[in-house]
Design a binder for this molecule. Structure first.
Ligand SMILES: [Zn+2]
Length: 472
């Protein structure tokens, strides 16, 4: 989680960082600051996480909760899940030194923890087999099938975009590419639309850079609705699906070239050397209140104001232009195997909550039938509220009735570093879920789209987090 709102000012944080940490972390921070836009690897070498571990701490009382909270501003502790929980597991990635100290303190206080990942750098190496095929074989396979995607490793942005072109070319009677705009560093935010129906659906991935399973599964869905369209003819004749695999292309590329754990966009922040905004806290819905930070160095920094990022403005403009036809908005994140229904920003439910949840339940049932895995549908509580997230905005402001956030595999054994061999099974189960959800949609009916104001008044202030929260 990094820094929290109202704590150390930026300069103080940087000084504290210089005093607290060893040369490795300083090198990381320098790397983040000095890498020029679109350097593509020209800058300092990538961040290494050798010796870093991911601990899962079981929080059972205030003592453990307070102990964890004391690490929130420690640059050697990177929270992979919400840090301020009252009860339940918290995942935290720790540098070797900080890990030693935290483990000692946990043991002394009687708290229990497990080591989920023994060595993060080793897990990064194992996650994505780059030597899957010899380069020459890769080129041959790419030429034969017409695109470079394999669904057996995590691919770079260019490969995802080539696949969109392939689909549009090969299945031109059904699909065409589209763009919603460009990123801070000038990359195209591209997708493919498939189907012939008047009713519209939005599916996106990759708004959080490090959640690599998300773009991989979205490209799997594109294959499902193009190359394998015979399994969803009923859907494609009634609907047009707008599918974007990588909403945050700058962050995604940066997570490949420089820092595997990068989450935010790559925009420059005024008055701070820290880069980027959490795009999924940047939407204009209860902005800046819960589960977000006003500190530019924090991983959940919501930005200087709503829609400060070109990426979120592009989503806003597209969704508003299509708001009379869009019936469903689905966004894919990882990890924790959950399916969220609105709202995240308030514990108050939308008027049509039962209908929206019923569609989610059909998805979860289809997913269970496909793979046996159990995704749950958590409730929003005063402790897990989130402000400024895309699906809430799409429903409360744009008036899209059925809006959902998936948290894909896994439940924490690998976390963000899900081995690539899980792309296909994950794609299969999510395709089954989403098809079932689309088929469960009732006949079109608009909601007013003006609920944001009175809902917002009911939202309690930010609080501690409880179980059922997102692991982002
Ligand atoms: Zn996420």
């Amino acid at each position: 989680m990094g820094c929290r709102r109202g704590e150390l000012p930026v300069l103080g944080a940087v000084l504290a960082l210089a005093l607290l940490v060893g040369p490795r972390v300083l090198a990381q921070r320098a790397d983040i600051e000095l890498v020029p836009a679109l350097s593509g690897g020209d800058g300092p070498g990538p961040v290494t996480y050798s010796g870093y571990q991911v601990l899962r701490v079981q929080v059972t009382g205030t003592d453990t909760a307070e102990l964890l909270r004391s690490y929130e501003n420690n640059p050697g502790a990177h929270f992979w899940s919400e840090s301020a929980v009252q009860e339940g597991p918290v995942d935290v990635m720790v540098s070797p030194d900080v890990g030693r100290r935290l483990k000692e303190e946990l043991t002394r206080s009687g708290a229990s923890y497990t080591v989920n990942i023994e060595d993060v750098q080793e897990a990064i190496k194992r996650e994505n087999p780059s030597d899957l095929l010899q380069p020459r074989l890769q080129v041959r396979q790419s030429l034969q099938q017409g695109h470079p995607l394999t669904w057996r490793k995590y691919h770079r942005l260019a490969d995802h975009h080539q696949y969109l072109d392939f689909v549009a070319l090969r299945y031109g009677d059904l699909c065409e590419t589209f763009s919603i705009g460009t990123s801070t560093e000038g990359r195209d935010i591209r997708g493919v639309k498939c189907g012939r129906g008047k009713r519209e659906i939005w599916i996106d991935g990759g708004i959080h850079a490090r959640e690599w399973i998300s773009p991989a599964v979205v490209s799997y869905l594109i294959r499902e609705f193009s190359e394998r369209s015979t399994t969803s003819n009923d859907i494609l004749s009634n609907f047009t699906l707008y599918i974007i695999p990588v909403l945050n292309p700058d962050g995604y590329e940066y997570s490949h070239t420089h820092d595997r754990m990068w989450r935010k966009t790559r925009s420059k922040n005024a008055d701070s050397t820290c880069i980027g905004v959490d795009a999924n806290r940047n939407f204009d819905i209860s902005w800046g209140k819960s589960g977000t930070s006003q500190e530019p160095c924090a991983v959940t920094y919501g930005g200087p104001h709503p829609f400060s990022e070109p990426e979120t403005r592009a989503i806003r403009d597209f969704v508003l232009a299509h708001k009379d036809k869009l019936e469903m908005f689905i966004t894919l994140h990882s990890y924790s195997e959950l399916l969220f229904v609105p709202y995240a920003f308030t514990i108050q439910k939308p008027d049509d909550y039962d209908e929206v949840r019923a569609v989610a339940e059909r998805g979860v049932a289809a997913l269970r039938a496909a793979s046996g895995r159990e995704f749950s549908i958590p409730r929003t509580t005063p402790y897990n509220q989130l402000s400024g997230v895309s699906d809430d905005w799409a429903k409360a402001v744009a008036g899209v009735r059925f809006t959902y956030t998936f948290e894909l595999r896994d439940k924490g054994a690998h976390g963000f570093l899900l081995p690539a061999e899980q792309i296909e099974p994950s794609g299969r189960e999510i395709a089954a879920a989403i098809k079932a959800m689309i088929r469960a949609l009732p006949a079109p009916q608009r909601q007013s789209g003006d609920v944001a104001e009175h809902r917002e008044a009911a939202a309690p202030a930010a609080g501690k987090r409880a179980a059922g929260r997102r692991f982002y």
